[in-house]
Design a protein around this ligand. Structure first.
Ligand code: BGC
Length: 417
């Protein structure tokens, strides 16, 4: 061993020792299992391991996270919750009420979360004034992804209104492409539906319907119009859509079999993983009719009470890592979302992320910033489930009547309020 390597070994050992002394394990439940999502999740694992802790991956496949939530409940009931779990929106309050979450106020204070986070975000992460979850990112749900080469071949134009959307779909169909890549799973059906609601009812109507759950809005003529648009849209998906995973649908647009996909910006993780470039190989457009508005979906890790001290330290380090500028850049560049820190340097991000950030800030000031219902931000998981049932039944029923569906939507929500 020469003098230089002796020195570097000594330096790295000295660096590792204090960490090893507090090495703990963090078990993290999430559903980031598609190729692109996994690349993002791996960045977190890597940074946690660099702090000397071990990572226990608790990945439960299933887009939208319904399966993951079911598994989490089973684990919690048996008294063995993981250290951290991806729990979002109002559900964080429910877990807080059960008394199972730990407070992260120490880390939050040290890193200044109150100053770094938008107020709306900080509020969701707290239970009775204490931070119990750390926000990972901000996803936007109202996006339309298009393959410009397919559009050019079909002579279709990128749509900005719903009429233009259907005109483009018609052209794509005539040219032999799948107009809209879709996966027939309840959460995907409702993702498309909520974008239609946003487009047809506007931000105020969206809020009244999904946040206030106002009966007159839920059953009103605009909601009927949104269901009618969903029915029309169904005419442009392919016969094999049933049960298809969202990332397989993205794959159809990437490989040029389909022209468009309506999906949140985690879809971008698949484009990035395939080495495609925003603005060149694909385009991200606000869902037609929702320009300047923003349906947000914030991923967050809620932290459970642990007894082992080393594991508690590992948990606090995990929270600190998630809020670090380094993680916020690495993870979100791979995940398709934007960072949650207001002070984040955005220069490394692509055109889609830049416009997402600009729209996020603009929408926050004009009422256009609305919580996604399909992704658990607007209402409890019970209301979300009720909406999924009505929307998916309607979507799969060739005889489905938009007027009746709107009535059923209001009744189903009322039954679980
Ligand atoms: C989550 C995303 C995830 C997507 C697909 C959403 O509900 O917020 O993080 O990528 O589901 O699984």
């Amino acid at each position: 061993m020469n003098a230089f390597s002796r020195l570097t070994t000594a330096v790295s050992l000295a660096y590792l020792l204090p960490l090893v002394a507090h090495a703990g394990e963090v078990e993290v439940l999430h559903w980031w299992t598609s190729g692109g999502e996994k690349r993002a999740a791996d960045t977190l694992q890597q940074l946690v391991e660099e702090k000397g802790h071990s990572w226990k991956d608790f990945a439960v496949a299933g887009g939208g996270g319904e399966a993951a939530m079911t598994v989490l409940k089973t684990r919690a009931v048996s008294g063995k919750p993981p250290a951290a779990a991806q729990i979002k929106g109002p559900d964080i309050q429910e877990w807080g009420e059960l008394g199972l979450l730990t407070d992260l106020n120490g880390v939050a204070e040290q890193q200044g979360w109150d100053e770094l986070l938008p107020e709306q975000v900080a509020r969701v992460m707290k239970y009775e004034g204490d931070y119990v979850a750390v926000p990972v990112n901000v996803h936007r749900v109202n996006w339309l992804w298009i393959n410009p080469q397919v559009f050019a071949e079909a002579g279709a134009t990128a749509p900005t209104t719903l009429d233009e959307f259907f005109a483009a779909a018609e052209k794509l169909k005539a040219a032999g492409f799948i107009p809209l890549a879709h996966g027939g799973q309840p959460w995907q059906d409702s993702t498309v539906f909520e974008d239609l609601v946003f487009s047809v009812l506007g931000a105020e109507g969206f809020h009244k319907a999904f946040v206030e759950q106002d009966e007159a809005t839920l059953t009103g003529p605009k909601m009927v119009e949104a269901f009618a648009a969903l029915k029309r849209l169904r005419g442009y998906i392919d016969a094999n859509a049933a049960g298809r995973d969202w990332n397989a649908a993205t794959g159809l647009v990437i490989n040029g079999k389909a022209g468009m996909q309506v999906m949140g910006d985690w879809a971008k993780s698949e484009w990035s993983a395939a080495g495609k470039v925003a603005g060149k190989d694909y385009q991200c457009l606000p869902f037609p009719g929702t320009q300047g508005s923003f349906a947000y979906n914030i991923d967050s890790l809620a932290m459970f009470r642990l007894s082992d001290e080393d594991n508690r330290k590992a948990q606090a380090d995990l929270a600190e890592t998630v809020m670090s500028p380094q993680f916020q850049a690495f993870f979100n560049l791979n995940k398709g979302s934007i960072p949650v820190r207001l002070d984040q340097d955005m220069s490394a991000f692509d055109a889609c992320a830049q416009s997402s950030m600009a729209d996020f800030k603009e929408a926050a000031g004009n009422g256009g910033l609305q919580p996604s219902l399909a992704h658990g931000m607007a209402a409890s998981s019970y209301v979300q489930g009720a909406v999924f049932d009505v929307v998916t039944n309607f979507f799969n029923d060739p005889q489905g009547d938009p007027q009746r569906a709107a009535q059923q939507l209001a009744a189903a929500i009322k039954a679980v309020q």
